[in-house]
Unconditional design. Structure first.
Length: 273
């Protein structure tokens, strides 16, 4: 069975002034990997202090984790007002360097052919790093790494990213608001201009659009009345697993939607208890 991997910084999330809790793509993606029982691994970074405070929650999921110390842990302040959320970057996470791919990152990836990259900001994965990672591997990339500037302060999406990033990707996932920041329109022509073979536009409880060399395929989802935090990371981990096992893009998206529905339902049940 193929091995898949997820790379990204964990985050220190401060929600409505509460105590710090773990966030970031690796944590939520690992929840899907655990449920799917596939050979997988997660590569992540944080400060040594936050390894004990936060990364222990990631390792507790049982997915193999390769951790390295970083000078800072990505930190986000999130404030909710009903369904509206404001996000402030209080600390930028470490940049993953191309040189690391030839060192510990490459060793940790081992035989993984599919790798999902879960950036929290544009500075996480520069184009040279993606070029190194793409050598012999298929890369999936979260659109936060295109539209979130790598600087502290309130998050305002823009499309001022290095277009060279795109040429190393097999899959690009864009949340609807990210797609609106990057594309002239969410349509076949605009998506094709990106030059990425597979583009997924996620629409929250309305499902997703799958662009894979033709007109988009609509994949429906069953809404679950649970906190959707991390649903996109769960979706992409499950999508990459399905693609690694030979599923076509639309079928992989359908499979990933079912995984997210189940995980969110479990989250809802846990809250109810």
């Amino acid at each position: 069975m193929p091995t898949v991997a997820v790379i990204g910084n964990v985050a220190r999330d401060l929600v409505d002034g509460g105590a710090p809790r773990i966030g970031g793509g690796p944590f939520y993606a690992a929840q899907a990997l655990r449920m799917l029982h596939v050979p997988s691994r997660v590569l992540t970074k944080s400060t040594a202090e936050d390894r004990k405070a936060l990364v222990s929650d990631l390792t507790a999921l049982g997915v193999p984790v390769e951790w390295r110390s970083a000078p800072a842990t990505a930190t986000f302040e999130l404030v909710y007002d009903g369904d509206r959320r404001s996000v402030t970057i209080a600390e930028i996470g470490d940049t993953w360097r191309a040189e690391e791919v030839g060192e510990w990152v490459g060793d940790a990836l081992g035989d993984a052919e599919w790798v999902h990259l879960a950036p929290l900001a544009r500075s996480d994965f520069p184009a040279p790093t993606l070029a190194a990672l793409a050598d012999g591997r298929r890369l999936s990339f979260d659109g936060q790494g295109l539209v979130r500037p790598g600087r502290k302060g309130g998050v305002r999406l823009d499309a001022d990213f290095d277009r060279d990033v795109l040429r190393h990707l097999q899959v690009l996932k864009l949340a609807e608001e990210e797609a609106l920041a990057v594309l002239d329109a969410i349509d076949e022509e605009s998506v094709a201009a990106l030059g990425v073979p597979e583009v997924l536009v996620t629409l929250g409880p309305l499902g997703s659009l799958v662009f894979a060399g033709g007109p988009p395929v609509r994949v429906h989802a069953i809404p679950v009345d649970a906190d959707p935090t991390g649903a996109g990371d769960m979706f992409m981990a499950a999508y990459v697993v399905a693609r690694s096992e030979g599923a076509e893009p639309a079928d992989a998206a359908r499979s990933a939607s079912r995984v997210v529905e189940q995980l969110l339902a479990e989250r809802l049940d846990g809250r109810a208890q």
